[in-house]
Ligand binder design. Structure first.
Ligand SMILES: Cc1cc2nc3c(=O)[nH]c(=O)nc-3n(C[C@H](O)[C@H](O)[C@H](O)COP(=O)(O)OP(=O)(O)OC[C@H]3O[C@@H](n4cnc5c(N)ncnc54)[C@H](O)[C@@H]3O)c2cc1C
Length: 451
C-alpha cells in the first residue's frame, strides 16, 4: 500500500523544518526547491561583506535530510499548482516533473519588492539569495578597487559612496558592515585611496531605523550607526535609481541627487508568485505584498490538505521572520501527522515570539526578547549565541565560529573572492531573456542566442 504523499515547496526555514518534523510520520515526503541548499538568510549580509563563505550559510538540503529515509529532495522550480487535481508541476532546465500529493505545504518565501519600480533592481540589487550576496560582494569590493584606479576626484568620491535603501535589520546590518570595512578592516590595504573617505548612507522613507524594535532600541541603533560613521537619513524617499546614483525626495519636498556607484536595496518584500496561483484557484485574498490570507490553522480556504507557511502568509499581522516560518512548518507537519495517526490537532497556529536582533557594529547590536531590551555588547553576545545554534550542521558551526573569530577579534575578512561573472552574471542572464534555452546537459544552446 502506498503511503500518503506530502509535497513540500521550498527548502527555506518553513520547508526544511516541516520536512524534518515529518521524519517519523507515516508519509513519504518530497521536498522540491529551486535551490540546492537551505539558505540561512539572516547571515547573507556576512557573505556580501566577506565574513562567511556561501557554504556556511547554505548547506545542501540533500545532505541535511540524508538520514531521513522518508524524504526525497528534488531540484526544480514549481511553476504550476493544480488544486483540483492535487498536482504540482516543476521544471529544471528542459525537464518537467509532475508530483501528485495528498498534502501540500507551500513555503516558497518572498522576494524583493521595488514598489512598482522593478527597473531599480539593475542598479540596486536586493539581498535575498546567494546570487544577490555574491553580486553585492563584487560590487562593494569592486567599487573600492575602481576608486583605487581612478584619477578623477569626483569619480573617486562616487565610487566611495555606498547607499543602502531601507533601515530594517538587513539595511542596518549592511550599513554597519560596510562602515566597519571602510573605516577599519581595509584601512591599510589601499595605497592611492584612503578608505576612511568612504561615505556610507542609510536611507529610509520612515522616521526611525528598525521600527519593530521600539523607540528606545531604534534610537540606540541610530546612535551606534552614526558613531561608526554611517550617515542615517530618515524621511528620505528614493524616487529614482540609475547607474551613477539615485534621487531622493525629503519630507519637505526638496529633491537631491546622490552620486553613488554602489547601491543596495533593502526595502520591501513581495511574496512568492505562487501565492497568486493559490489565491486564484481557492478564492483566498492577497494583501499588498502578495501574501495569502490563510485560515488560523495555516490551511488554504476550502483546502484542508494545503498548508501555506512562512513569508508567504498574511495572518494576524505575523512578521516575516524565520521563527514564523519554522513554527509554521512544524505546525503544518503536526496537523498532517495528527490526522493520519488518529490524534487530530484542533488548536489554531499560535506563534511564540522568541525575540528579534540586529547587529550594528563589531560588538554592538540591539535585541528585544519579550519585555527585555538589550543594546551594545550584551545584545551582540546574545546574537552570537543564538546564531551559532541556528547555523545548520556541526561542520558549519565550527568554520563559522572560526571565521567570526578572524573577523571579530582580528577585524580581518577572509571571504573576499569576487569574480566578474558574479558581478555581471544576473544581468547577462536577464539580457539573454527568452533566448536563454539551456539544454538538458545544462549548457547554453548557441543556436538560440542572438548575436
Ligand atoms: C537578508 C535577510 C535577513 C534576514 N534576517 C532575519 C533575522 O535576522 N531574523 C529573522 O528571524 N528573520 C530574518 N529574515 C527573514 C527570514 O529569513 C525569513 O522570514 C524566512 O527565511 C522565511 O522562511 P520561508 O521558508 O517562508 O522562506 P525562505 O526561507 O525564503 O525559503 C523559500 C524557499 O522556497 C524556494 N522557492 C521559492 N520559489 C520556489 C519555486 N517556485 N519553486 C521551488 N522552490 C521555490 C526557495 O529556493 C527557498 O528554498 C531575513 C531575511 C533576509 C532576506
Amino acid at each position: 500500500m502506498t503511503r500518503p504523499q506530502v509535497v513540500i515547496i521550498g527548502s527555506g526555514f518553513g520547508g526544511l523544518f516541516a520536512a524534518q518534523a515529518l521524519a517519523d510520520a507515516p508519509v513519504d515526503v518530497t521536498l522540491v526547491s529551486r535551490t540546492v541548499s537551505h539558505l540561512f538568510q539572516p547571515l547573507l549580509y556576512q557573505v556580501a561583506t566577506g565574513i562567511l563563505s556561501t557554504g556556511e550559510i547554505a548547506p545542501a538540503t540533500r545532505d541535511i535530510l540524508r538520514k531521513q529515509a522518508n524524504a526525497t529532495v528534488l531540484l526544480a522550480e514549481v511553476n504550476r499548482i493544480n488544486l483540483a487535481s492535487r498536482v504540482v508541476v516543476a521544471e529544471k532546465l528542459a525537464k518537467t516533473i509532475a508530483l501528485k500529493y495528498d498534502y501540500l505545504i507551500v513555503a516558497a518565501g518572498a522576494g524583493q519588492s521595488y514598489f512598482g519600480n522593478d527597473q531599480f533592481a539593475t542598479f540596486a540589487p536586493g539581498m535575498k539569495t546567494i546570487d544577490d550576496a555574491l553580486e553585492l560582494r563584487a560590487r562593494i569590493f569592486g567599487s573600492l578597487e575602481m576608486a583605487e584606479l581612478s584619477e578623477d576626484a569626483e569619480e573617486r568620491q562616487r565610487l566611495l559612496t555606498f547607499v543602502i535603501v531601507g533601515a530594517g535589520p538587513t539595511g542596518v546590518e549592511m550599513a554597519g558592515q560596510i562602515a566597519e570595512l571602510t573605516q577599519h578592516t581595509l584601512r591599510r590595504s589601499f595605497r592611492r585611496i584612503d578608505t576612511r573617505d568612504a561615505k556610507v548612507l542609510l536611507l529610509d522613507g520612515m522616521d526611525v531605523v528598525l521600527p519593530p524594535f521600539g523607540a528606545k532600541l531604534s534610537a540606540a541603533a541610530k546612535t551606534e550607526l552614526e558613531r561608526n560613521g554611517v550617515e542615517v537619513r530618515l524621511g528620505a524617499l528614493v524616487t529614482d535609481v540609475d547607474a551613477t546614483g539615485l534621487e531622493v525626495k525629503d519630507k519637505d519636498g526638496s529633491t537631491e541627487r546622490i552620486a553613488a556607484s554602489c547601491k543596495i536595496w533593502a526595502a520591501g518584500v513581495q511574496a512568492s508568485p505562487l501565492g497568486r496561483t493559490l489565491a486564484e484557484q481557492s478564492g483566498a485574498e492577497l494583501d499588498r505584498a502578495g501574501r495569502i490570507m490563510v485560515n488560523p490553522d495555516l490551511t488554504l480556504p476550502g483546502h484542508p490538505e494545503v498548508f501555506v507557511v512562512g513569508d508567504m502568509i498574511s495572518l494576524d499581522k505575523l512578521p516575516g521572520v524565520a521563527q514564523v516560518a519554522i513554527q509554521g512548518g512544524r505546525y503544518a507537519a503536526s496537523k498532517i501527522r495528527g490526522e493520519l495517526t488518529g490524534h487530530p490537532v484542533t488548536a489554531s497556529f499560535a506563534y511564540h515570539d522568541k525575540g528579534s536582533m540586529a547587529v550594528i557594529s563589531r560588538y554592538g547590536a540591539v535585541a528585544k526578547v519579550g519585555k527585555l531590551e538589550l543594546s551594545g555588547f550584551p545584545a551582540w553576545f546574545a546574537w552570537l549565541f543564538v546564531h551559532l545554534i541556528y547555523v545548520v550542521g556541526f561542520k558549519n558551526r565550527v568554520t563559522t565560529l572560526l571565521h567570526w573569530l578572524i573577523t571579530f577579534v582580528g577585524r580581518a575578512r577572509s571571504e573576499r573572492v569576487t569574480t566578474e561573472q558574479q558581478l555581471v552574471g544576473r544581468l547577462a542572464v536577464k539580457q539573454l531573456g527568452e533566448d536563454f534555452q539551456p539544454t538538458i546537459a545544462g549548457t547554453l544552446n548557441p543556436g538560440k542566442i542572438k548575436h
